[in-house]
Every structure is written in structure tokens, then in C-alpha cells.
Write a protein that binds this ligand. Structure first.
Ligand code: IMP
Ligand code: MG
Length: 177
């Protein structure tokens, strides 16, 4: 069923059931890859709050977790700088960290995150993203866990917003064109 969020119409795109199935699979995969070591999951706010909550419920081995928030500053130039890490409260030095993202689009946020975490000298940085837009992603940071590769269209729901609205939708919707 179509829904309206503010001035835009969206159509159902990825159901709660499909999300659930992929998250169970990936949680098991991460668990195997960690080989008995305890990872630090780091959710990137705000968009990842729902996927983090669901993913870690399927991760059955010990883990630590925290959330961070990236602040974006639009400079005087045309480039959109994303930097500044707010609220990292776990010492990640020599730890295996898994960054949990809602969606990777251009990858600008990811580049900034990687740069910031590298300064803390973790043992390893892995990246999980719920959605990836391969047509838009032009960076060379490898993505270790991608739940869904999607076309380059705007989506909303399951944590992701359209102008701050729609984060509470339990499924993912795509803009109707
Ligand atoms: P990037 O830095 O261009 O990779 O963008 C990443 C961020 O932009 C995501 O974490 C989202 O917050 C936002 N974003 C990108 N595409 C979408 C979309 O289709 N719907 C909602 N938010 C999006
Ligand atoms: Mg995000």
C-alpha cells in the first residue's frame, strides 16, 4: 500500500520479513568471522537505531556495543564535509570493530568514519550496511556485510528518514516516481 510522508508518495520496497531473514543470516556470518573474539558494534545514529537493535538480537556470542553520531558541517565551499565524532565511549584500540550503517550512498560518511576510527588504532574495522546504492558509491572502502543492494532511488523507513519523518515505519519504502 502506498504511503505519504510529508509531500512525497512512497511504495512498499523491502518487507519486515525480508529484513529479518537477511539480518539473521548476516548476524551468523559476523559471529563466524569473529572466531571467538568479542567485537565492538558501533551504530551510526540516527538512521541505524532500528537495524542495530534487530541485528544484535540475532548475534548470540558476547559483544560490546556503542553508538556514535556524525556531525555534518556545510562549509563555505560547495563540498559537504562530514566529520566530528560525538560520543564514542568504548576504547577501541586493538579491538575488532564493526560499524553498523543504515545506508551507504556516496560513501562520504563512511570515509569520515573510517578516518576517525583509524586514529584509535583498532585491530580491524569491518563495515555493515543495511542498504547500499552501488551506482552512487564510488569510494574504495570495502563493505564487508551488505544486506541489500538497491537502485539509486530515495528510500524511507526502518530508521531512515525523509526530512526527519518516517523513521518509525517498520518496513522500507521507496519513492514513487
Ligand atoms: P553518504 O555519506 O552519501 O553515503 O550518505 C549516507 C547518509 O545519507 C545515510 O546514513 C543516510 O542518513 C542518508 N541517506 C542516503 N540515502 C538515503 C535514502 O535513500 N534515504 C534516507 N537517507 C539516505
Ligand atoms: Mg546513516
Amino acid at each position: 500500500m502506498e504511503i505519504q510522508v510529508l509531500d512525497k508518495v512512497f511504495v512498499p520496497f523491502i518487507s519486515a520479513e525480508r529484513i529479518d531473514t537477511r539480518l539473521r543470516e548476516i548476524a551468523k556470518q559476523i559471529e563466524a568471522d569473529m572466531n571467538g573474539e568479542v567485537p565492538v558494534f558501533i551504530g551510526v545514529l540516527n538512521g541505524s537505531f532500528m537495524v542495530v537493535s534487530d541485528l544484535v538480537k540475532y548475534y548470540e556470542a558476547p559483544c560490546e556495543m556503542s553508538f556514535i553520531k556524525m556531525a555534518s558541517y556545510i562549509g563555505t565551499q560547495s563540498t559537504n564535509q562530514v566529520n566530528q565524532l560525538l560520543g564514542l565511549d568504548i576504547d577501541v584500540t586493538d579491538r575488532r570493530i564493526v560499524i553498523l550503517e543504515d545506508i551507504v550512498d556516496t560513501g562520504n560518511t563512511l570515509v569520515a568514519l573510517k578516518k576517525l576510527f583509524d586514529q584509535h588504532r583498532p585491530k580491524e574495522i569491518r563495515i555493515f550496511t543495511l542498504c547500499l546504492k552501488p551506482e552512487a558509491y564510488k569510494k574504495d572502502i570495502p563493505l564487508d556485510y551488505v544486506a541489500f543492494e538497491i537502485e539509486n532511488k530515495f528510500i524511507v523507513g526502518y530508521g531512515m528518514d525523509y526530512d526527519k519523518h518516517g523513521r518509525n515505519l517498520p518496513e522500507i519504502y521507496q519513492i514513487k516516481e
